[in-house]
Design a protein around this ligand. Structure first.
Ligand SMILES: CC(C)(COP(=O)(O)OP(=O)(O)OC[C@H]1O[C@@H](n2cnc3c(N)ncnc32)[C@H](O)[C@@H]1OP(=O)(O)O)[C@@H](O)C(=O)NCCC(=O)NCCS
Length: 350
């Protein structure tokens, strides 16, 4: 074990010593520092089984690791560590990584496994998991491990680590494949990533829009305005109406929006400018926005929501909207109704 770990450590150090001349980091040198940052203790004897040289983390010299990081070097830690008695113990690499990430207050914990992440029944990587879902998965994998005569899977070990990391406040843990070239870059620099992310709170959230969201909303609705699907809005109009908008945001990108214009006297409200980014359609996000608008309306004492649509008649019908005539609209809206656009009017009670 010591030989294998030592060889691996030297291999990684050699890779990180390679010339960076043909990369954007040309002229730089990576410094790699290893040491006795982790102190181990024996697992001991449990249930009559002597675990000999298998150990667990006793303590971590986090100040030492921070000093390495502050000077811009890479701290390379392995799964074999010394103890205070001078013996050497074999640790789980996932345990070392988790404990170090927690002590460092890291933003992320990233693990590599043979699969593309945690796979669903169809074999596709599940993009996002919450700690409660991780608990269920761990139970399933543990049952499988028992049936498989104790064959432990790297995914299971990582999920246990991710669970502890999430509980300790690490916002995101990622599991990606070591078999896919560039998996790390794809995971970190694409909106949906490539593997599985375990998150404390969803990367996607529904919230009221504010003035900083104008750019994002504009980008989302502009192509639909150009196709005549949505009525054109100027930037000034959007600025004035921004507080009427609710949006779905994912990692800083606006992927859905809708606006609600109340007509208090008639106890009616118009839902307008409903748009979901083309890459994120058919994921119930339209319904999510509609439910949000219904809740908002209820709180305002609104009884009916109406929409004017030219292209999404059937979608609204499927959500329980019924076609109504212009005369059902609030008077102020009837005056503004654009006869040439010939939009269909649909209404639903809240
Ligand atoms: C209409 C829209 C908001 C729906 O959002 P979404 O998140 O994709 O929808 P959901 O996931 O909630 O519903 C998906 C279902 O609606 C269907 N659907 C989507 N757009 C539709 C449309 N224009 N007409 C009829 N059905 C539609 C899908 O085929 C899917 O049906 P299925 O479940 O049977 O496969 C979205 O397609 C969109 O942004 N369209 C362009 C803008 C627009 O037309 N806005 C309305 C004008 S106010």
């Amino acid at each position: 074990m010591m030989q294998a770990t030592g060889r691996l450590q030297l291999d990684i150090t050699a890779r990180l010593s390679m010339s960076l001349n043909n990369t954007p980091m040309a002229g730089n040198q990576l410094n790699v520092i290893s040491g006795n940052f982790v102190i181990a203790q024996p697992l001991g004897v449990d249930d009559g089984i002597d675990y000999c040289h298998s150990g667990r983390v006793r303590r971590i010299d986090i100040q030492g690791i921070n000093r390495v990081l502050e000077q811009g070097s890479i701290a390379l830690l392995g799964p074999v560590a010394g103890s205070v008695t001078g013996e050497t113990f074999n640790l789980l690499s996932e345990e070392v990584a988790t404990q170090v990430a927690i002590k460092l207050n890291a933003d992320k914990l990233i693990g590599f496994c043979s699969e593309q992440g945690v796979l669903d029944e169809a074999g596709n990587a599940i993009a996002e998991l919450f700690p409660s879902e991780v608990n269920q998965l761990i139970e399933q994998l543990e049952a499988k491990e028992l049936a498989d005569e104790g064959h432990s899977s790297g995914t299971l070990r990582f999920l246990r680590g991710a669970q502890s990391a999430c509980r300790a406040g690490i916002p995101r843990c990622h599991l990606i494949s070591y078999k896919i070239d560039g998996a790390l870059i794809q995971e970190l620099f694409s909106i949906d990533g490539i593997g599985t992310q375990i998150v404390m709170a969803s990367a996607e959230q529904v919230r009221q829009a504010d003035i900083d969201d104008i750019g994002g909303i504009f980008e989302l609705i502009r192509p639909l305005e150009e196709k005549g699907i949505l009525v054109r809005r100027s930037r000034e109009q959007l600025e004035q109406e921004i507080h009427q908008f609710t949006l779905i945001e994912k990692d800083g990108l606006v992927i859905g929006c809708a606006a609600l214009y109340p007509y208090q006297q008639e106890k009616m409200a118009e839902m307008a400018c409903v748009a979901i980014h083309p890459d994120y359609r058919d994921g119930n996000r339209g319904v999510l926005l509609l439910n949000h608008m219904k809740q908002q309306s209820k709180m305002m004492g609104i009884e009916h929501i109406f929409v004017l649509t030219t292209h999404s008649l059937h979608w609204f019908r499927e959500q329980g909207f019924l076609e109504v005539g212009v005369e059902s609209l609030p008077m102020a809206k009837q005056d503004l109704y654009n006869l040439q656009r010939r939009s269909k009017i649909l209404s639903v009670s809240v």
